[in-house]
Design a protein around this ligand. Structure first.
Ligand SMILES: CC(C)(COP(=O)(O)OP(=O)(O)OC[C@H]1O[C@@H](n2cnc3c(N)ncnc32)[C@H](O)[C@@H]1OP(=O)(O)O)[C@@H](O)C(=O)NCCC(=O)NCCS
Length: 156
């Protein structure tokens, strides 16, 4: 799994993987060989004036370089959508938005920020976030402000 992520992202993924708090991994195999991976962690995304929503935040989506462009990542994301269906919301920070758009994810359009431990908000206008509406997702407008709790490492 680490080898696949390191090869796909072209970095040593070990320190990044260690930073994820209680990740749940989804692995795709072809003939017994690992070909694709995604994980999610629980985060608390807060759209507009709603209470923070229990959010499956998807990370480390990776397909083995030799197997990219075959539709495996798209199929994996559809499985992720099913696997996270009991959360209040899906969220992720996309490097390749097309992959997630095909799987039904939407771009957040409103202002993004991180809720600081000492209180207050850190605006993060440089970031791009996508969400997936799930059965328990309340009515929300992607033009509202959206915040997430602060965390060590990547803020989003
Ligand atoms: C992003 C990533 C996970 C996509 O995985 P993948 O298995 O290649 O995904 P898919 O094959 O479903 O889609 C990739 C492209 O191949 C195309 N494709 C899908 N099925 C195809 C098929 N049968 N034949 C040829 N091309 C196909 C898709 O149109 C897509 O192109 P687009 O996104 O420009 O529209 C993979 O490229 C990767 O590991 N990248 C490095 C890590 C990374 O950046 N991860 C994303 C973080 S957000």
């Amino acid at each position: 799994m680490l080898g696949l992520c390191s090869a796909a992202y072209e970095v040593d993924f070990a320190p990044l993987m260690e930073a994820f708090h209680e990740p749940v991994h989804l692995l795709a195999y072809d003939s017994g060989v690992l070909v694709s991976h995604a994980l999610w962690v629980t985060r608390w995304l807060q759209p507009g004036g709603l209470p923070p929503l229990r959010t499956a935040f998807v990370e480390a989506v990776a397909t083995a370089p030799m197997r990219q462009g075959e539709g495996i990542g798209t199929a994996l994301m559809r499985e992720v959508n099913h696997a996270i269906a009991t959360y209040d919301l899906g969220g992720l920070c996309p490097a390749q938005p097309g992959l997630y758009e095909r799987a039904g994810w939407e771009h957040w359009q409103g202002p993004l920020s991180i809720r600081l431990p000492a209180g207050g908000l850190l605006p993060t206008p440089q970031e791009q976030i996508m969400i997936l509406r799930l059965p328990a997702t309340p009515l929300l407008d992607p033009r509202w402000p959206l915040s997430a709790e602060w965390r060590v490492g990547e803020l989003w």
